[in-house]
Design a protein around this ligand. Sequence first.
Ligand code: HEC
Length: 122
Amino acid sequence: MVASLPGSRPVSPAASSAADSIGDPAAGKAQAAACGACHGQDGATGIDPSYPNLAGQNERYLLTQLEMIQANTRNIPLMAGQLTGKSEQDLANLAGTTSRTPPRSNGCCASMIVYVCFGREE
Ligand code: HEC
């Protein structure tokens, strides 16, 4: 059914398995220490609520953001210099590390489940 939708393209199994591992999480871990200063060492406890959680975020999404931030297509003054000199592989490794860090289990989603299931807020 999906293949018959206008504009849809067939996705080959080879393409999706390549997408499963675009970076080396172990190699990215050492570099991610500097990022933890703002985003939290667990990638989910930023020093300010406006700092986004990276933990558990989609790897390809993260890599795209890192590419845009490095190219300054997405301008984040606070991150100026953070990605300077990093190779495409470095960015992929960083995306691999942060996407595999477990997301925060409490907070917004947990309280939403309590609200939706039990009709009250925590
Ligand atoms: C000085 C603080 C600071 C440091 C250090 C920092 N960041 Fe950020 N980062 C931010 C802020 C603030 C934003 C959100 C800006 C905005 O509102 O778009 C952000 C956004 C991002 C985003 C986009 C997230 C999204 O959901 O779209 C990614 C990915 C990211 N940072 C990765 C990193 C990585 C990887 C490092 C380390 C190499 C790093 N950051 C270091 C402050 C920082």
